[in-house]
Design a protein around this ligand. Structure first.
Ligand code: SI3
Length: 289
């Protein structure tokens, strides 16, 4: 369960349906061209919070069918509807995923007891390894070192996807919980997180730039910091342009340039303008040939 995991994009048609062929092509591109160690399915990048339970199941099933045992799979099953989370947890367990993950409950201002109860319900009912998904910038849920520790004490909790720029907290977590898996969630901070001893990374840009991410992680782990810095710099030039042009739309357009049917984003995300599409092509020519 270590290494570089793409937060998998999903291909949708212009009506918002899952495009199975396109999804399989995205999976293949990640495995064959990017060489990632695993896939994080139905996360933010998979537009999970914009789709139905049935679509989530369809995506989990198609991805497992395409991947088989070629790579590790983590299924993001977190939802504000705890019954849906439990149902999806059972679903990925039965499909043969390696672990489930769940975003911290958001929108309502849940206190920590409520957050902890959410996770203990999931692990007690599903009895399957769980990675906590912490992304405070989107959820508004910030947890302290001690609160992470409370979650790590729960049976079946195996780690955290830490998507935050708080490197003080990350260092404290690494030091305090050496046996938990820590995945970094910000691709632009991969090197800095690697130096602190993370076990892996989960990110959206790895769908197109996974090879470079793997090199950054392995260079950093081997102590080749200058090499890793230069690769992180190239990566961040790419990421800055992708963010400026529209994150998921641009990643999909890059894949289309590469011949992958990456499809559209779900509404209310906008499609790229003709200029945005042209810029995505320029990004490919500049960084991804
Ligand atoms: O669940 C997921 O799809 C992720 O792993 C998301 C991941 O943390 C990405 N964050 C978001 C909000 O998409 C990052 O990979 C992010 O796109 C990247 O670092 C660029 O800022």
């Amino acid at each position: 369960m270590k290494g570089v995991f793409s937060a998998l994009l999903c291909s949708f048609d212009d009506k918002g349906n899952v495009n199975e062929k396109g999804l399989r092509e995205i999976v293949r591109y990640n495995l064959d061209e990017c060489g990632v160690d695993g896939l994080y399915v139905n996360g933010s990048t998979g537009e999970n919070f914009l789709i139905s339970t049935e679509q989530k199941k369809e995506i989990f099933q198609v991805v497992k069918d395409e991947v088989g045992d070629e790579a590790q799979l983590i299924g993001q099953i977190g939802s504000l509807n705890i019954d849906e989370s439990v149902e999806l947890g059972h679903y990925v367990k039965e499909l043969g995923y390696d672990a489930m993950s769940a975003v911290t409950p958001y929108y309502y201002k849940f206190n920590f007891d409520e957050v902890k109860n959410y996770y203990s319900t999931l692990v007690n009912q599903v009895e399957f390894p769980l990675v906590v998904y912490s992304i405070p910038a989107l959820t508004g849920v910030n947890m302290s070192l001690e609160q992470f520790g409370e979650l790590f004490k729960l049976e079946h909790v195996i780690g955290v996807k830490f998507t935050a720029p708080d490197f003080f907290l990350l260092e404290r977590l690494r030091h305090a919980y050496p046996d938990q898996l820590i995945y970094s969630g910000f691709d632009e901070m991969l090197l800095s997180a690697s130096v602190l001893g993370i076990d892996g990374a989960i990110g959206s840009t790895f769908n197109v730039n996974g090879k470079m991410a793997k090199e950054i992680l392995t260079d950093a782990q081997a102590g080749n910091i200058n090499e890793a810095r230069s690769k992180q710099k190239q990566t961040n030039d790419l990421i800055a342009e992708v963010l400026d042009n529209g994150l998921y739309q641009t990643l999909k357009q890059i894949l289309k340039v590469k011949g992958v049917q990456a499809g559209e984003c779900r509404k209310p995300m906008n499609a790229l303008s003709p200029e945005g599409k042209e810029r995505a092509e320029q990004i490919v020519n500049k960084y991804l040939v």
